[in-house]
Ligand binder design. Structure first.
Ligand code: SF4
Length: 415
């Protein structure tokens, strides 16, 4: 059997797309990207310069592993980079706009026989379901709208059917993803929104746990908060990207909320769902960001309610408004600010974890890695536990005995 290897960079939507590629590849066996394969696929991300550099590294590695392999680049990449990428050995480009034809395009080069459905995402303890694509927000630093195109939601019934099958197959957790998830349904003929979709999934499927991926802060509706407060199967976790705590920078970023609005949203959710895990993204070193404006961001992050930070340094994406804004912040200052924000993130996470000691959490045990077994709690904390009693892929309860370095440690409860 011929072999393929795939590496996916970037967001959860890309991970879903990566799984989709796996499902489409018939008659190939999957191997690790570090092994020799006949076909390598890099499913890339154009959000940061780091991700682009990583994609180039992966392409070089693939060529080293097997100089005769066929190399495919898919995902978010700039058409104008093709010549350079071709020089790294890329044989076939499949941009997002053509992904519906991905199998057909791959088939042009590789005749396939048989089917290997075992390579689909049901091998996972968490399955990402993409319910929406595209974004119309046009944040000034982001190139995604030009890669992903207009808003496009999957019909509610189609999502329910897919998730119903996953529930019947015993998948313990489904994560609903989208490029602009909070806009789910606005483009559909039948009126639908995210809260309605979640309610339908809870009612019509048996999946034990649902989780929402990133949501724009201004799109957390009262209906959604109510569902989170009342439905045990909906994980008490939301990821709300803040980016900056300074209103001038938020306006420059074209983010449609201000710092007071973000704080109000966090406190509204926190009151309705006490103890919820609220994670966020922070971008440091946006053009023109002063020390005082950065400190305002830190102050907002310290003001409470957040459990974990993902910190990014601004990197100019060609073709975006922010790429040509004046006031570039030096790399040294960006790195120093990122370190300060990450230190604060560690403190927030440590304090949040400490609140779980002596409590019982629910988790889905994952296959052991490096001799340790872990799982994610509903609040998006990683918990390590004694191996023997934990059934992989089934929700179980763990008594937390201590917290350490942003992890929980505990024992699986019998029964
Ligand atoms: S909301 Fe902003 S950051 Fe997110 S995909 Fe859309 S444009 Fe990019």
């Amino acid at each position: 059997m011929k072999t393929f290897a795939i590496a996916t960079l970037g967001c959860k939507v890309n991970q879903y797309d990566g799984d989709d590629v796996r499902r489409q590849l018939k008659g190939y066996g999957e191997v690790d990207f570090s092994d020799r394969a006949d076909l390598y696929i890099v499913n890339t991300c154009g959000v940061t310069a780091e991700a682009e550099a990583k994609a180039r590294q992966l392409l070089r590695r693939a060529k080293r592993n097997n100089p005769g392999a066929f190399l495919v680049l898919t995902g978010c990449f700039r058409p104008e980079d093709r010549d350079q990428l071709r020089s790294l050995g890329v044989d076939l480009f499949v941009p997002n706009a053509q992904k519906a034809r991905r199998a057909e395009l791959l088939d042009d080069e590789h005749a396939r026989e048989g089917a290997d459905e075992t390579l689909g995402s049901t091998k996972r303890t968490r399955v990402f379901i993409k319910v929406q694509d595209g974004c119309d927000q046009h944040c000034s630093y982001c190139a995604i709208p030009s890669f992903r195109g207009a808003l496009s939601s999957r019909p509610l019934d189609e999502v329910v059917e897919e998730v119903r099958a996953l529930g019947a197959a015993g998948v313990p957790e489904v994560v609903l993803t989208g490029i602009h998830l909070g806009k789910y349904g606005v483009d559909l003929d039948e009126p639908a929104d995210l809260a309605g979709l979640v309610a339908a999934l809870l009612q019509k499927t048996t999946v034990p746990r649902f989780r929402l991926s990133s949501l724009e802060p201004q799109e957390v509706t009262g209906d959604l908060i109510e569902l989170m407060a009342s439905e045990r199967r909906l994980a008490p976790h939301l990821h709300l990207p803040l980016q900056s705590g300074n209103d001038r920078i938020l306006a420059q970023m074209n983010r449609p909320y201000d710092s007071a609005g973000f704080k109000a949203t966090v406190s509204r959710i926190d009151q309705a769902v006490p103890g919820i895990g609220l994670t966020t993204d922070v971008m440091v070193g946006f053009p023109g960001e002063t020390e005082a404006e950065f400190v305002e961001t830190l102050t907002l992050l310290e003001s409470g309610g957040l459990s974990r930070l993902h910190v990014f340094k601004f990197s100019a994406r060609p073709g975006t408004p922010a790429a040509t804004m004046p006031g570039a912040v030096s790399e040294a200052v960006k790195s120093a600010r990122a370190s300060r924000a990450r230190e604060l993130g560690q403190i927030l996470l440590r304090d949040y974890c400490a609140g779980f000691v002596d409590r019982i959490v629910e988790t889905v045990p994952e296959p052991p890695r490096d001799g340790a077994q872990t799982g994610l709690t509903g609040e998006y904390l990683r918990v390590k536990f004694n191996q023997a009693l934990a059934p992989i892929g089934r929700i179980c309860q763990v008594r937390v005995e201590k917290s350490e370095d942003g992890f929980l440690l505990g024992r699986v409860q019998d029964g």
